[in-house]
Design a protein around this ligand. Structure first.
Ligand code: ADP
Ligand code: MG
Length: 139
């Protein structure tokens, strides 16, 4: 299990962390995003999108997470994950069974003011280099 926790102190630092992870992703990578409303999930996702060179406005997928809350609806998520791109999933606890074992998990906690705790974990050893670099950059 790779596991690391650090803090950010302003919005652009959380977005910057989104950019940071991009070089370590590959086609079909899945990232789960957890945390209360206003924690910074969309901020992180915007950073990922920017790192990927996507300049469209990143919209919050919150509505979809609510729709999936009963966990029984087949909205084509598996087909989406197996497609040609990176998938970010907000509030994965509602669809636990659909989350691939190799996903990267990010939990963001609001510590008050502009301080956020970012918890990053995965069982996927392909992220080992990312964790090593993350520990040096984010302390
Ligand atoms: P979520 O998608 O989790 O609901 P958003 O990313 O939409 O959260 O919003 C995060 C809010 O918190 C924004 O208003 C942002 O300006 C504010 N904020 C303050 N400090 C931080 C920080 N360190 N990281 C991320 N967002 C922060
Ligand atoms: Mg959001």
């Amino acid at each position: 299990m790779l596991d690391y926790t650090f803090k950010t102190h302003e919005q652009k630092e959380t977005a910057g962390f989104g950019r940071f992870v991009v070089p370590y992703l590959s086609v079909q990578s899945v990232i789960t995003l957890s945390g209360d409303l206003g924690a910074g999930k969309t901020t992180f996702a915007s950073g990922v999108a920017a790192g990927l060179g996507i300049h469209e406005h990143v919209i919050s997928p919150t509505f979809d997470a609510y729709r999936l809350e009963d966990g029984n609806k087949d909205l084509g998520l598996e087909e989406f994950i197996e497609g040609n791109g990176i998938t970010l999933i907000e509030w994965p606890q509602f669809i636990n069974k659909l989350i691939p074992a190799n996903a990267l998990h990010i939990v963001i906690r609001n510590l008050g003011g502009d301080e956020r705790e970012i918890h990053v974990s995965t069982t996927n050893v392909a992220y080992e280099k990312m964790f090593n670099n993350m520990k040096e950059i984010y302390q």
